[in-house]
Design a protein around this ligand. Structure first.
Ligand code: TXA
Ligand code: MG
Length: 359
């Protein structure tokens, strides 16, 4: 049975959190909110509970989990050492949406890291997550609380769709603040390598560390890479084909919209039902197209809004009764990299590139 607890995110009931912490301590699974997305939590030091996380999510056993902590003391339990430059990042960014991959301690069971000698760790910036982990008095693994391959859940309804009846409790605090998952960076490699783009931008990380970070093409969503855990499996399955229209330069939005209209008309003329996913700035270009579903992701000037809406929109596509979705691209700067890497993955690299330069 799954118990659902509605909780005030900023002033959570200690009684409920204590009850959920007890569930974690006794080996159960609790879905809890973080500032990014909802996580499926289990005691990181209980291999049997961690195994259930993989099973319930239908997650392949070679894709490691992130360990969530509420204190620096817990950090010492899960990693073997914290190099000096890592402290710079931790002090600036934790609690927050940054997962750091470091060498693991012996205490961390192999199943957590899928047998790898490294572990991803993060201290989430959410009062409920922090309090729950503190009360559970143990580090907590928490992958996104979705069935593997689907977009991560940003509201409890998404969690219920995927996991109801299979977890012991769901803590519902409403919509999560950021809406996309944490940035993941491997600091054991030289240079450090980005594993997943996220709310903490590569520009911010490079500034703090004073060194360049390697951003492989697959992390930008441009190709598949089966040699790294994250690259092996598809993410953000939208349920219908998604075509991404990218521009080399987003200052000429009229040119971008022109291409979207061209592709839309091609599908409409062959009897397909379509959705167009656009920005607030470009909605006007599509209002005269009849019979389409038009969805706004938010403003290009407020990319946090686009990030926050992204998974909700992707999850909604399969119930819109359309055959295909055409989505505009965004500039790949700051949060734009996190948005574009996810859209490219969701499109399965079905990308049309528009050149805006005049020859
Ligand atoms: O924002 C988040 O990070 C959310 C919330 C709940 O905290 N969690 C989350 O976890 O997104 P998950 O498991 O859905 O994504 C973790 C990603 C996976 O793609 C995994 O391959 C990668 O991080 N990862 C975790 N540990 C790793 C490791 N030791 N080495 C390489 N990649 C790792
Ligand atoms: Mg996930």
């Amino acid at each position: 049975m799954t118990e659902i607890f509605k909780v005030d995110p900023l002033n959570p009931s200690t009684d409920i959190l204590e009850r959920c912490a007890r569930i974690l301590r006794s080996g159960g699974l609790v879905v809890f909110p973080t500032e990014t997305v909802y996580g499926l939590g289990a005691n990181a030091f209980n291999p049997a509970s961690v195994r259930r996380v993989y099973e319930i999510k239908q997650r392949p056993l070679d894709n490691p989990l992130i360990v969530h902590i509420s204190s620096f003391k817990q950090l010492e339990l899960v990693v073997s050492e914290v190099p000096e430059n890592v402290w710079k990042l931790i002090k600036a960014m934790w609690p927050g949406p940054l997962t750091i991959v470091l060498r693991k301690s012996q205490k961390v069971p192999d199943i957590v890291t899928a047998g790898l000698p490294k572990v991803g760790v993060r201290m989430p910036a959410h009062p409920v997550a922090l309090k729950l982990i503190e009360l559970a008095d143990t580090p907590v693994v928490a992958p996104s609380a979705n069935i593997s391959g689907k977009p991560s859940p940003t509201i409890a309804e998404h969690v219920i769709q995927d996991l109801y009846g299979r977890v012991d409790a769901i803590i519902d605090t409403g919509e999560t603040l950021l809406g996309i998952e944490s940035t993941v960076v491997d600091l054991t490699s030289e240079p450090p390598t980005l594993i997943r783009a996220g709310p903490v931008s590569i520009e911010a990380l490079e500034k703090l560390l004073g060194i360049r970070i390697s951003v492989p093409a697959h992390v930008r969503g441009l190709k598949k890479e089966t040699r790294v855990p994250r690259g092996r499996y598809p993410h953000y399955e939208p349920g219908i084909p998604l075509i991404l229209i990218e521009a080399d330069n987003y200052s000429d939005l009229g040119r971008l919209a022109e291409e979207v209209v061209k592709v839309a008309k091609k599908y409409l003329s062959t009897g397909h039902k379509i959705a167009i996913i656009a920005s607030k700035e470009t909605l006007q270009y599509y209002s005269s197209l009849s019979g389409i579903k038009l969805i706004s992701l938010g403003s290009r000037n407020r990319l946090y809004e686009v990030a926050k809406n992204l998974f909700k929109v992707l999850r909604s596509l399969s119930s819109l009764n359309v055959d295909v979705a055409i989505c505009e691209g965004f500039e790949e700067k700051g949060l734009g990299l996190a948005i574009m890497s996810r859209l490219r993955e969701a499109s399965r690299q079905n990308i049309i590139r528009v050149s805006t330069s005049t020859v």
